[in-house]
Design a protein around this ligand. Sequence first.
Ligand code: INS
Length: 335
Amino acid sequence: KTLRVAVIGAGRMGADHIKRLSTRIHGAEVAAVVDVDLARAQAAIEGIDRAVALASADEALNNGDVNAVLIATPGFLHEEILYKALEKDFPILCEKPLTPDAGSAWKVVQAEQALGHKRIQVGFMRRFDAEYSALGAIIRNSELGELLMLHHQHRNPSTPEGFTNEMLINDSVVHEFDAIRFFTGEEITSVQVRLGKPTRSAPSGQHDPQHVLLETESGVLADVEIYVNAKFGYQVATQASFEEGIVSIGSDNGPYVQTAGKWGGNVTPGFEERFGAAYDVEVQAWVDAALRGEIGGPTAWDGYATAACCEAGVEAQKSGEKVKVQLNTKPDLYK
Ligand code: INS
């Protein structure tokens, strides 16, 4: 059996997934690529056997050759495609965020619940990063005693056009919301955002960097420096403080070069390079699980819970207050 995947959205992430599906991933093939810019969809299928370029998600979902969906459009466009794909009962890999706000994410959770089984895997790829897995295991096995604090740095070189102040939370810190839930196995209970001295490199309307402070159910404190116009390169790093030690992950490592009177190496340029291997593992896990009728990673509940954190985060950005995260009761399907 093979997944015949419709990739919806042929932008930066979609194009990256198309390449991975048609080269490194086993058990899946690109059957269709959809983009409002048909020329972009056409360019993306070049060299791929039996793949078609289409201008609408509807056409792709109703194409008899398609039996799975990878959604890589901007976040605010996910909701409509999710419902249509659920109606078809197709395996779905939906890039983060599931939807941009908690209300719409909850409706998606309810639609999946009505279906009676999990079909949606959300693209929180960091869970598949080797160092993330290793730190997760150290926490779960209490190897260094209890986890007490998490310090996160999330830095991007620059932001694409139209990247709003809210998107620092909804598009960027959403990864840390999921990471903190993944590491602790707990929900996040409150979010606070501090705005300090901004860089002069931020486009107008964006306050950058921001300092996000969080608490989990058991009182683990976490902080995130989100800095999206940091210029120097791409960096996602975490330092975890335990009763019996400190664990650091995500530093650029190697090759370490000494030449011409200098020593050093290269800074990671973007998320494709930083998380390339994690994306491969994530998509393979999705495919393998889908062929068994299951999902292989973060659920629609994770998408909803992080959306609730984002909503609290955006409110906290505006008010400067510590905002409680409100969650509905977790449905049995996700327990
Ligand atoms: C991107 C992507 C990256 C993240 C960026 C975000 O959409 O999710 O992993 O570092 O902040 O804008």
